[in-house]
Ligand binder design. Structure first.
Ligand SMILES: [Zn+2]
Length: 405
């Protein structure tokens, strides 16, 4: 018998998500390719065999009887590096104050920008590490992380350098996105700041990022400004992403399709036309149900419609000081209970399609031979328990890169 580093056996379900290496859409999102009573063999950090009744020798055998095995969760939209916290805003939100009211009274994004500008690299690393530790405990093995709480070249660079340090030192793999266009800093016009991003920031930060993102929203960056920024990012090798149509339909979904973005995120207000274009061009829709939840909003992204129109959907936390959540299991729960996704769709959205949204589906997102061994054992009898049994952490074991943590 061949020896392997780790053998997981007797799992009630191995949720493999075996299938073509492209974003799963429509009916494909319901196809989890489950192996019942299955095993997974892991060697040298990679998955080497998946099936029923595998026979290997191993010093490390994990008996997953009564449990399920899943690919590690991928969180494709976070703002994990920031300083300070804004729990004081909750009282204001409960009194019915709007985001704009909170902003005017000294809260909101500029509060976080101030704290982040004043924080040292070490302070940012310490605070973000704490969040990453929680993400990992809840099963996230890879995430995307945006800059955007600097709004000046120096601080944006500092955040992206922190991302790099964390990626090197933390078990979670972290992919960086430059989001200098997160808000317009005080004292500058949108056009002035757009030029600064294009002429000064992007050339200086592009070596630290894989993606370039823009907050395309009424009163922040127009479609035209967003387009200029994303085009400039592209000429420096950055793949476009967009915060699109969260509050108002400004045409962000259409822009994502026109510019060849890998994903458009939020999509609460997107037009049918924009969504249709996204489906045609294969732009992934990243839905962030934690945001309306934390804003106590009734309105969530219309996931049912978005999926039925043929857009491949992923889920993410949007972890940020206004939506502080590290837990992708909770996103699956909100996906089902608030957005009417099926359990299978929500699991696909939190694993394989999420990997597609950060261009890593060739390496992660499924339990298939040859892939990086990022694997979870969940203490529940079948995958439908993930949206059903909420408020607890179902993750029992985390294997990252073939190492049991
Ligand atoms: Zn965001």
């Amino acid at each position: 018998m061949k020896a392997v580093d780790i053998l997981i056996k007797n799992a009630n379900e191995i949720v493999t998500l075996n299938g073509p290496n492209r974003p799963r859409k429509m009916k494909e999102m319901n196809e989890l390719s489950i192996i019942e009573n299955g095993s997974v063999a892991i060697d040298n950090g990679a998955i080497v065999d998946v099936g029923k009744n595998l026979t290997y020798n191993s010093d490390k055998i994990i008996n997953a009887k009564g449990k399920i095995v899943l690919p590690g969760f991928v969180d494709p939209h976070t703002h994990v590096v920031f300083a300070g916290s804004r729990e004081f805003e909750l009282d204001m939100k409960l009194k019915g104050l709007s985001y704009m009211d909170i902003l005017k009274s000294g809260g909101g994004i500029f509060y976080t920008v101030e704290k982040t500008r004043n924080a040292t690299k070490d302070q940012l690393i310490q605070q973000a590490k704490n969040r990453l530790d929680k993400m990992l405990r809840y099963g996230t093995t890879t995430c995307e992380a945006k800059s955007g709480y600097g709004l000046d070249t120096k601080t944006e660079l500092k955040i992206l350098e922190v991302n790099k340090k964390l990626n090197e030192s933390h078990p979670i793999d972290i992919l960086s996105t430059f989001l200098g266009a997160h808000a317009i800093p005080k004292g500058k016009s949108a056009d002035e700041y757009t030029n600064e991003i294009i002429e000064e920031m992007i050339p200086k930060i592009s070596h630290l990022s894989k993606f370039c993102d823009v907050f395309c929203e009424e009163g922040i960056f127009t479609v035209d400004q967003s387009k200029k920024i994303l085009e400039a990012g592209k000429t420096h090798g950055l793949i476009p992403k967009i915060h699109a149509d969260e509050i108002v339909d400004t045409g962000g979904a259409s822009l994502a399709a026109d510019i060849g973005a890998i994903s458009a995120d939020h999509l609460l207000m997107s037009s049918d036309d924009g969504l249709r274009k996204m489906a045609e061009k294969g732009v992934i829709g990243v839905l962030l149900p934690g945001t309306p939840f934390s804003l106590m909003q009734e309105l969530y992204a219309p996931a049912r419609k978005i999926i039925d129109m043929g857009v491949a959907v992923a889920l993410a936390t949007d972890l940020n000081p206004n939506c502080w959540v590290e837990n992708m299991q909770f996103m699956i729960q909100l996906g089902c209970l608030k957005m009417k996704m099926t359990p299978s769709e929500a699991i696909t959205a939190a694993t394989f399609n999420a990997a597609c949204a950060i261009d890593l589906s060739d390496r992660i997102g499924s339990v298939e031979v040859g892939k990086q061994a990022d694997i979870l054992v969940l203490d529940c009898p079948n995958h439908k328990h993930i949206p059903y049994h909420f408020g607890v952490n179902l993750v029992e074991k985390i294997i990252k890169n073939g190492v049991v943590l």
